[in-house]
Write a protein that binds this ligand. Structure first.
Ligand code: KG4
Ligand code: ZN
Length: 333
């Protein structure tokens, strides 16, 4: 039995997981710092680092106990080493190094995005390679062609805001609080998505790039002009959400058709969005495309996806030394 301990601390979630034989998630736990950062309207890097430092050791103990194993049973440690907040990354990375050294087991550093790209492989049925991946999170919105673990090609990217960032900024404009994605998702369920025809940026341009800053401005102008009341928010949210989701799926399905790969995975925090999930299922079914989405808890930041990406690297014979550094940015291509 091969047990990989995964550690994730790139932003505001302290996460830990145990993955058995690259397939069975024995435990995946998370301590969310969201409430603390909400007071400031966004993530405060120094506060995030300090909270990771306090929360990671007890979280690892709890994860091992839920997995029904002891520290000595772990075969390898996989840890997020990039991209993210440098101080936050360093906490997880230093802890992972210390564990690997103490236990005399392999250490492997993982790119956080690689975790999101492979997360759907934790589910059943597992998407076969190659597949197209739409990664939509707070920091990234891009379309990739995933050849196999370790071989990734970027097809399109956002030119300004990430989709999750657009959700968070619009929620802020509406005074809904932070993080906004889930709040907009909830309010939208009672709204009419055709109430306001917000722009679909870059929809009719070729290629797979996105732009969300114009949409954010359109929402701002709408608020200034119509001064919406609380009762108007569901329609406004549903219409904004529809504009984001429509463009994301249109471009992802364009990539699927052009590349001739009838398998789409969607991952990252925004993949937890209920409208994105429903419309993706509808459109993929209509066009004969296999849709693979991890459960929402494996779409938002988590350590199970990091353990899995690490397991794939270990299976390819990759190991990292104790000199492995954290990186705020790292290219996968
Ligand atoms: O992947 P993630 O957990 O962290 C990053 O790597 O960024 O993504 C967080 C983003 C936030 O912008 C959050 O508002 C968004 O995902 N998000 C959602 C939903 N749940 C989380 N956006 C739309 N609808 C949701 N249900
Ligand atoms: Zn993420």
């Amino acid at each position: 039995m091969h047990l990989v301990l995964g550690i994730e601390s790139s932003c505001d979630e302290t996460a830990c997981a145990v993955l058995e034989d690259g397939r069975n998630v024995r435990a995946s736990l998370l301590f969310s710092q969201v409430k603390t950062h909400a007071e400031f309207g966004g993530v405060v890097p120094e506060v995030a680092s300090r909270m990771h430092l306090a929360k990671l050791p007890p979280l690892i103990d709890e994860t091992l106990s839920r997995a029904g194993i002891q520290l000595g049973d772990i075969s390898a440690v996989a840890v997020t080493r990039a991209p993210g907040l440098i101080g936050a990354l360093l906490v997880g990375l230093s802890y992972a190094k210390a564990l690997a050294w103490q236990l005399g087991i392999p250490l492997v550093g993982v790119n956080h995005l690689e975790g999101h790209m492979l997360a759907a492989r934790l589910e059943d049925p597992q998407p076969e390679f190659p597949y197209i991946a739409l990664i939509v999170s707070g920091g990234h919105t891009a379309i990739y062609r995933i050849e196999r673990p370790g071989s990734y090609h970027i097809l399109g990217n956002t030119r300004d805001d990430a989709a999750g960032e657009a959700f968070d900024k619009v929620a802020k404009l509406l005074g809904l609080g932070y993080p906004g994605g889930i709040l907009i998702d909830r309010l939208s369920q009672k709204g009419n998505r055709e109430a306001i025809n917000f722009p679909r940026s870059m929809l009719h341009k070729g290629g797979y790039d996105f732009s969300f800053s114009g949409l954010k401005t359109a929402v701002l102008l709408h608020i200034r002009q119509y001064e919406p009341k609380e009762a108007d928010l569901p329609d406004l949210c549903a219409s904004f959400q529809e504009a984001v989701v429509d463009v994301l799926l249109e471009k992802a399905l364009r990539a699927v058709a052009d590349q001739g790969i009838p398998r789409l995975i969607i991952s990252g925090g925004v993949a937890a969005n209920s409208r994105l999930r429903a419309l993706a299922a509808e459109r993929c079914q209509a066009s004969g495309v296999g849709l693979f989405m991890a459960r929402p808890a494996f779409c938002t930041d988590n350590a199970a996806m990091i353990a899995y990406a690490g397991w794939e690297k270990l299976a390819r014979g990759q190991r990292d030394g104790l000199d492995l550094g954290a990186k705020a940015n790292e290219s996968l291509f």
